[in-house]
Each structure stands twice: as C-alpha cells, then as structure tokens.
Design a protein around this ligand. Sequence first.
Ligand code: MN
Length: 478
Amino acid sequence: MFKNIEKIRQLLSQNYPKVNVELVERAYNFAEMAHQDNKRFSGEPQINHSVNTALHLAEWKLPINFVVAGLLHDVPEYTKYTIADIETNFSRDVAKMVEGEMKLDSLRYRGEKKYAENLRQMFISVADDVRIIFIKFADRIDNLKSLSFLPENKQKRLAIESLEIYAPIANRLGMDVIRQQLEDLSFKYVYPEDYEKTLNLVKNVYATKEGYLEKIRKIVSKDLVKGGIRVAEIHSRKKGLYGVYKKLAARNWNPNNIYDIFASRIIVESESDCYSALGILHHRWKPVKGRIKDYISQPKPNGYQSLHTTVFCEDGKTVEFQIRTKTMHEEDEYGLASHWFYREQGEGQENKKKHIAWLREFSKIQKEIKEKTKFFENIDSLKTDIFQKRIFVFTPKGDIINLPENATPVDFAYAIHTELGHKYARAKVNDELVSDDYKLLSGDKVEIIIERSRKKPDPAWLKSIKTRKARMMIKEKI
Ligand code: MN
C-alpha cells in the first residue's frame, strides 16, 4: 500500500508537472503533526481524510492552493491550531479557504425547520467565495465513502444533503464527474429500495453492453481514421446509477426505454472534426429519429457542449454517441474547475479568451446563487420523503417560513406570531390580495394585513388551516 505522501507526490507529478511540491509536502507534514492520533468514525487516522480530500482536489486539477487547503481543512476544527496559525505558516489565501470551508461545515443540520435557513446560508457563503464549494465537494465525497461507519440518522442526513443540495450545485457549475460521484455515493442511503431495484434492472445491461461497445469502438476508430478525422480518444461511458434511476422512474422502469445507460464517446481535435465524425457515423448506421442533438451550436444552460446521436448499430442494437473536442470534454467533466486549470497553465491568447469567458460565467453564477437566496426557486427540486410535504414561503423581509403543503395565509400568520394570527384581517401573496383559504406555494411572498380592533379569530379559518399550531391557538381563543 502506498503511504499517504507517496500518493500525493505521484498525483502531483502527473497533474502538476510544473508545480513545486515542497509547499504541499509542508502542508502534509503540518496536518499530520496537528492531527496527531485523531481518528475518524471508521477508526482510520484523521489525516487519511485530509489526504483523500486533497487528492480529489488534485484530480480535478485545481490550483495548488486548493490542494494545500484540502490538506489543512480540518485542522482548525479538530486540533489546537487555529486559522491564524495556518495564515502564519502558509498564506492568507490558504487560510481564507480553510476558514470558508469551516464556516460552511458549521451549518449543521438543525432539524427540518431550520433546513431552508441552512440552505440559504450556504448559498450566501458560496456566493462569497465560490472556491470553498470545491473543498466541500472533495470533503463530502470522501465522507460519503465512509458513510457506512456513521450512525444511521447521520448517514441519512448527509446523503440527502449531498443528493439534494450538493449534486444540483455541481450540476449547475457544470461539473459532471463531481455531480455523478455525489449522486451515486448517496443514492443507496436515500432511496435504498429504488437503489436495489435499479441495480438489478441494469445489471444485465452492464454485463452485455461493455463487450459490445468494445467491438463498436474498433469499427468506429477505423472509419474515422479513414475519413481523415483527428481522433484523440474513443471510450465508453457508463451513466451514473442515480441518473439511470431518474430516467427509469420516468419511463415505466423499462431499461429498453433508456438509450444512454452506456454511451460511446468520441473525442476529436477540432469542432469541424466533430461534425465530420457525425457524418461518418450516419453514413454507416442509420440515426434514430429525434435523437440527434447539436449542443455545440446550442450549448446546454450549464455550458455543456457535444454532438449527440443515437444510431441503429450492429445487430440492430441502438448506441448513443457523444462527439466532442478535448476542451469540451474537460469542461464537461470539471466545469469551472477546468477553467481554473487553464488559467494556471500559462498566458496564451486562447487561455486569456477562455479566462474572460469564464469570469463572465462565474459572475453570472454568483448572481444566480444570490437570487436563489431570495426566491428559492430551487426548493421545488426537494423531492425527498422528508421534505416532499413541506413548502417554503417568505416574509416581506425575506425570512423563510416552512409550512405543510396546502397551508393558508392564516397558518403563515400563526407560524410567525400568535398575535399576528389573532389579528389577521387579509393577506397579500406576491403583492396581490388572496382569500383566507388560499393554498400557499413554495416561493410565495406572504404579507399579513392586520385589524387592530379584532377581538377573536374567525372560526371559519378552521376549515382550511393545516397547522396544529394555528388550530390550537384559534380554538383556545374562540
Ligand atoms: Mn473534513
């Protein structure tokens, strides 16, 4: 087995040929000294977790300071050394990242009621310095890998949070590799039965398709070379189990209705090679109608670019092909992270252009994250059992109130304050007057108009309210 430091050295020499490893080794030694005999839940030394976190950051080819921060990320929380010690021994920049990660880490789950608030705070922290989300992703992926050692309630919380919050953010930032790892590691803890069901259904597909695609790869490779395409690589990619599950659930649980459980990926040198390769494929095999997608001229909202086509391949089986350039491929796998990498790789004209484009995209994402803190549109994607029957609405000041589904403005008033309920006269939802039995929806902004002279609540409210609190208070008063 490799020693920790050997693993780090090896990955650095592979992914960071120009970087001086001395800084990273110093960080490793500091972390090891600081954590001493600290152990994880699994009984493993704590330092292994720091190393795994740093290794993920290095796999994603982020700037070297991320790797350093990854090694040190748990030092202030679990040892006697502080953020200030890290600043003195390393740099302000590294200390800032560690501090941001620690703050994010302290947003512990405080029960369902505080959930939305946590989420909001998280968006704010990330908007403040988007870099910490990468450290958090790396940290979380390693924690998910040792989830089986945690108590059951903790398992479920971490898994839900990873699946419902972290993975969608990774998706939004266009980091496919990270999204898929977060999803697949949490899936079995969040939906154990669906996980088993999905696994059983696709087992056969996995077993048969891999060999078949190898056969196809050889044919394609020959055709492309003959056609003068500069091919960098052809490989098959397996769709993540959670991604398969979502499609299965939407398509009668029939794996034959899903074309991309496996896809064949063709990576070429230039954009025009992409289109030529598509032509060559269609010349040999007939495309399936409606399955040709040009995400190169029309990228997905998260920036994803590729040509997709599904063809009736050898033996009449369907195969999805994804054709892209090397750059598109890197960006698909690592999204924003890949841009950071280019930025460190030198100052060529091409890199400069990319960096500017990236800065623009980055500020757009920041703005969107900030907007989410206000409107919380994302909340609709919270489809897990625990949250399914809850809605999140806003006070005029932007505070979030968590209510059961179909709750009314009266429930809202009582949730804020008993007196506000008792004096309730009317309500405005999104600035428009609504009836007392109006069913609130997630994201609604609710304003209560009171009647100071009101002595008693209206018994009619009892017919439509949903919360126990409002019911108790009204009954007590009438
Ligand atoms: Mn950690």
